[in-house]
Design a protein around this ligand. Structure first.
Ligand SMILES: Nc1ncnc2c1ncn2[C@@H]1O[C@H](COP(=O)(O)OP(=O)(O)OP(=O)(O)O)[C@@H](O)[C@H]1O
Ligand SMILES: [Mg+2]
Length: 363
């Protein structure tokens, strides 16, 4: 049977698309499903989060430009049942490459349609903004899940995202279904509740009951390059991701039943939870290098990018600029000292001139 393809999409950035994609993938796998994640973001966050290095040679970019077959780029992750078509940094140049192709909005549809992707679910992690990549994802998907964070800008994000989905539904993919809206990075304070209530009242049952709370464990897990459901399966965010996965599966079963297809029942939530705990014992212990090592690596990478091909004086200049941006009080003190020194120099100069003039006048 063909896999059920779901795009995780919102034009807004930083609202947990990647976190939702990777945790949905491992939670589906914990329910015994085989999953392929497609990382469509050149940032490669879901690739990294599933333990794969985006510096690898081939990935989704090569698939898009016809330089590889699915089997060449589909790689296993360390989690049973989860494979990934990774993002590589070259994906950043895909817009230009695709603009040269005919039918570029359907490239992914054609790739998936012509291959026999042997899995139950495909989860596509979309980049923020509406470009050729999300369009490709929406054109190829059966369903879309929109993560939303209840901030004052949530409505703006939705108001830009929903018309894009409609645009694809009207043209490229008439059967694309909005499977649901998921509240992510959710705060319990009053203003967030007001916003989420407003969105719930507008979108009704489209919004999942599960809400993913703001939880520092998610950030710790990202630092360890693991989905939070593996890093801390008993944390609040993991529990909520598991609840969401159950709802996601139930909705998919209902959709399939409506289309006259009866899907096999899936294991209970508690069985899936046990699997996640077992995976935590296996993987969390051998998580990536300690955080400070990775931070140091990243800082030196950044330094190379910022200062790499510059002369020593240019580097010093840049370093001073960054130092003063970070230490404004030092900058103010520095400027005051320079101003004071200038006044003293001018004062001494004027005094000296006067003394000289007096001396010349007296003689
Ligand atoms: N439930 C949560 N609690 C706390 N932090 C979270 C939660 N979910 C995600 N985050 C953090 O928020 C940041 C953005 O998350 P993520 O990368 O998943 O968003 P995104 O929508 O994929 O971003 P982008 O648009 O850049 O691709 C990350 O630092 C992530 O660790
Ligand atoms: Mg992302």
């Amino acid at each position: 049977m063909k896999p059920y393809i779901v795009a995780i999409f919102n034009q807004k950035g930083g609202i947990s698309k990647t976190t939702t994609s990777t945790n949905l993938a491992v939670c589906l796998a914990a329910h015994g499903k085989s999953v392929v994640v497609i990382d469509l973001d050149s940032q490669g966050d879901s690739t990294k989060s599933l333990g794969v290095d985006p510096n690898i040679k081939r990935g989704i970019f090569d698939l898009f430009i016809g330089g590889a077959e699915i089997d060449d780029v589909l790689i296993p992750t360390m989690f049973d049942g989860v494979r990934i078509i990774p993002s590589t940094y070259s994906l950043a140049g895909i817009e230009i490459k695709l603009s040269e192709l005919k039918d570029s909005q359907r490239t992914l549809t054609n790739i998936v349609g012509h291959s026999s992707l042997d899995c139950d679910y495909v989860v596509i992690d979309c980049p923020p903004a509406l470009g050729i990549l999300p369009i490709n994802a929406l054109a190829a998907a059966h369903a879309v899940v929109i993560p939303v964070t209840a901030t004052p800008y949530a409505n703006d994000g939705l108001m830009r995202t929903l018309p894009s989905i409609k645009y694809v539904q009207e043209g490229l993919n008439k059967s694309l279904l909005l499977q649901g809206v998921l509240f992510t990075i959710h705060d319990r304070h009053k203003s967030a509740r007001k916003i989420s209530d407003l969105i719930r009242s507008r979108l009704g049952g489209t919004v999942y009951t599960a809400e993913i709370p703001r939880d520092t464990m998610v950030i710790e897990a990202a630092g360890a390059r693991l989905p939070v459901c593996i890093y801390a399966p008993k944390s609040g965010a993991s529990q909520a991701h598991l609840d969401f996965t159950v709802e996601f599966l139930e909705r998919h079963h209902k959709i399939a039943a409506k289309a006259g297809c009866q899907l096999a029942p899936f294991p209970s939530r508690s069985q899936a939870q046990e699997t996640l705990v077992r995976w935590q014992e296996i993987h969390a212990s051998k998580a990536v290098p300690p955080e400070h090592d990775r931070l140091r690596q990243r800082t030196s990478q950044l330094d190379r990018m910022l200062y790499g091909d510059r002369t020593r004086s240019e580097r010093l200049h840049l370093w001073l600029i960054h130092f003063f941006i970070d230490h404004r009080a030092v900058l103010v003190a520095f400027l005051l000292t320079v101003a004071l020194a200038a006044l003293v120099v001018v004062g001494v100069g004027v005094g000296g001139m006067r003394m000289l003039a007096d001396a010349l006048g007296a003689s």
